[in-house]
Design a protein. Structure first.
Length: 264
């Protein structure tokens, strides 16, 4: 009888390799003496926007991909900005979760952003942490290979007027990040979800029992991977795998409901 592959060990091995690769990338990019909070801020934005891998530059350039110092950096699909409040919570942890402390940590985050940018410039890194709109942060690719959003004040007046006439902040941001839009694309994009939205969607889907992770990610729509992971962490979701090989699927469930019938 053939032994089934040890999925848990393979996942652990994969995560360990990825962590080692990211650690090497951050050390080269920010320097081995980079303070913990500076690295945490860059890691937070990088995790939301970039997939890090090995790879050498080729003659044929690929859109959304940058080769730098032996690393292949690929732009993640999804919303490229992160809310300032979410970044503060990730970087500073539980101390920043109280609403009364948010204003104090906003000032600290701005100082931290300047310190990270000084370090990136010192190491001649092709990135810059910017604030393209009030309350939002983004990791900008200075080479233009991956692409980034334009500052609001640089947008054409027609686009700014569309943003002004939007009925909600989400709608205005959707117009902002989709510029320049394709002329043939007339279908409206799905509404941008923040962390609280994702939590609500996940809770509603999982109340009846476990669901495949792929279904949950699709249901959360146009949000960053970092926001999706943050929502999972806040709900303390329990993840498990059913099946092996190509037929296997990862499921998630609310705490105490992983044995509930109803997984699709």
């Amino acid at each position: 009888m053939s032994r089934q592959p040890d999925s848990v060990s393979r996942v652990r091995s994969h995560l360990a390799r990825r962590a080692a690769l990211e650690s090497e990338f951050f050390t080269i990019l920010l320097g081995p003496d980079c303070p913990h909070l500076q690295r945490k801020l860059f890691d937070c934005l990088c995790d939301a926007q970039l997939e890090i891998g090995r790879g050498k530059a080729t003659k044929q350039r690929r859109r959304g991909q940058l080769h730098w110092s032996g690393f292949r950096l690929t732009s993640r699909v999804g919303f490229p900005l992160m809310e300032e409040a979410e970044v503060i919570e990730i970087v500073y942890g539980a101390a920043a979760e109280a609403s009364t402390a948010l204003a104090k940590f906003k000032g600290r985050l701005r100082s931290l952003q300047h310190a990270v940018n000084d370090r990136l410039m010192k190491h001649k890194a092709p990135f810059h942490v910017k604030r393209p709109a009030p309350g939002w942060l983004q990791l900008e690719d200075m080479t233009g290979a991956i692409g980034s959003t334009e500052p609001v004040e640089n947008l054409p007046k027609a686009v700014q007027q569309r943003m002004d006439s939007a009925t909600s902040l989400d709608e205005a941001l959707e117009i902002y990040v989709s510029y320049p839009a394709k002329k043939e694309d007339t279908q409206p994009s799905p509404r941008i979800l923040n962390c609280a939205d994702c939590e609500s969607v996940l809770q509603n889907l999982l109340v009846s029992g476990p669901r495949p992770m792929s279904d949950l990610r699709a249901a959360c729509g146009n949000c960053s991977d970092a926001t999706f992971r943050r929502a999972q962490k806040r709900l303390a979701l329990v993840k498990f795998r059913q099946g092996y090989g190509a037929a296997g699927l990862w499921f998630a469930a609310l705490p105490g409901r992983q044995d509930t019938a109803g997984a699709d």
